[in-house]
Ligand binder design. Structure first.
Ligand SMILES: *Cc1c(COP(=O)(O)O)cnc(C)c1O
Length: 398
């Protein structure tokens, strides 16, 4: 079957993903993914921080099936029960006062940019520039590419959407230098995920928050990857003890059903008035049923506590490996279950391949750092399987 799919993909699918890993999955259960040839993999990447509940979570699937049989979509011309309830959940469990739903992380960030711009527009203040950080990742749309501080994502799409610039992270002087009287917002990831799991310095984050407040600049935190319990808190900004004016979330919010959210303080959110923003699919009955089921599972199964506890155990065991292999493992970073394992550059690719061959799914960031973002209900046994595979890889494959 894999060969057939590959042939179809090569012939008909745009080649943005190049040679993918040679595997296709037919079904999953918990951490396990079953390949068409019978091989069983452990999903330590969780579909890139999406499958917070793992695969085929019984209650989640039941909630979705019930919704599929009742109602998929009605449009936002009418009131939507799940949409209203999911907005309530997000607001009651975060520092935000209002939420708006869309379909992806990039679209949530677009919504955040629009909200920041319209907030000043409605005040009659001429501020529209958005500053973000080097090595950030905010999505693949034109505006989010302009905000993504990685030249290789930007180069082919120049001229970029105007009004965006990037500065060096964790350098507070750079913030002061970059801000102008046109700066509307600063957007950050508190843990840069895509570029290799780089947590922001806590002092810098707090200084940034204070600086934005003092200077009438909105702080936007992109929680697309860090949100929904990934770091052991519902949102990473709780770990940092700061409250953004706007934050976005997506990936794990739907556990695989596409949904994103823009969340904001009341004062900012009220800038969106009827007609100012919209969406066809965003927050429809199906995707918001998924969001509600994710929230229920997080609460009923104590997944924040589990992510925190298992994250600590996972990092402790990885640090144990680092002491055993100090020349190979250069750093272990992250919070909760978003973990980066930085390797000696020469061996990173073989370690990634070794893990894959041992049926451990991860991603390799920048050819240097193994990223894991497993389901939040992971067990210590499963962590041990990973550690064992990692050790075998370091011993046998490099
Ligand atoms: C994945 C990601 C995005 C983009 O989300 P999409 O759903 O792919 O558009 C944006 N920001 C961060 C931090 C991400 O990790």
């Amino acid at each position: 079957m894999l060969e057939e799919i590959k042939a179809l993909d090569k012939e008909y699918y745009m080649n943005t993903f190049g040679e993918r890993l040679p595997v296709t999955f037919t079904h999953g259960e918990g951490m396990k993914l079953y390949a068409d040839n019978g091989d069983v993999y452990y999903d330590f990447l969780g579909g890139i921080a999406v499958n917070a509940l793992g695969h085929s979570h019984p209650k989640f699937c039941e909630a979705l099936k019930n919704q599929v049989d009742k109602l998929l979509h009605t449009s936002s011309l009418y009131y939507i029960e799940n949409q209203a309830k999911l907005a309530e959940k997000l607001v009651r469990s975060s520092c935000a006062d209002k939420a708006f739903f869309c379909n992806s992380g990039a679209e949530a960030n677009e919504g955040a940019f629009k909200l920041a711009k319209i907030y000043f527009y409605k005040k009659g203040i001429d501020k529209y520039e958005i500053i973000s950080l080097d090595h950030s990742f905010h999505g693949r749309t034109l505006a989010t590419v302009a905000a993504t501080g990685q030249p290789h994502y930007q180069a082919p799409y120049k001229p970029l959407t105007p009004g965006f610039s990037q500065i060096k992270p964790n350098d507070f002087e750079a913030v002061k230098d970059a801000v102008t009287d046109k700066t509307a917002a600063i957007m950050v990831e508190l843990i840069q995920g895509e570029s290799g799991v780089h947590p922001m310095d806590i002092e810098y984050a707090r200084n940034l928050r204070q600086f934005c407040t003092d200077n009438g600049i909105l702080l936007i935190v992109d929680e697309v990857q860090t949100g929904m319990g990934r770091t052991g808190k519902l949102f990473a900004h709780e770990l940092y003890g700061i409250e953004p004016d706007i934050f976005t979330c997506a990936k794990a919010l739907g556990n695989g059903v596409p949904i994103g959210a823009v969340c904001a303080k009341a004062e900012v959110a009220k800038a969106f008035e009827p007609g100012d923003h919209g969406t066809t699919f965003g927050g429809n009955p199906l995707s918001t049923a998924a969001g509600l089921a994710v929230f229920s599972a997080i609460e009923e199964e104590n997944l924040l506590e589990n992510a925190d506890e298992m994250g600590k155990i996972f990092r402790k065991k990885l640090n144990g490996l680092k002491s055993e292999f100090p020349d190979e493992i250069l750093d272990v970073r992250g919070e909760g279950l978003l973990i980066g394992i930085e390797l000696k550059p020469e061996i990173a690719k073989s370690v990634f391949n070794g893990l894959h061959n041992r049926k451990m799914l991860t991603s390799l960031c920048k050819g240097l750092t193994i990223r894991v973002a497993p389901p939040l209900n992971i067990t210590e046994n499963e962590i041990d399987l990973f550690i064992k595979a990692f050790k075998a890889t370091l011993k046998e494959d490099i």
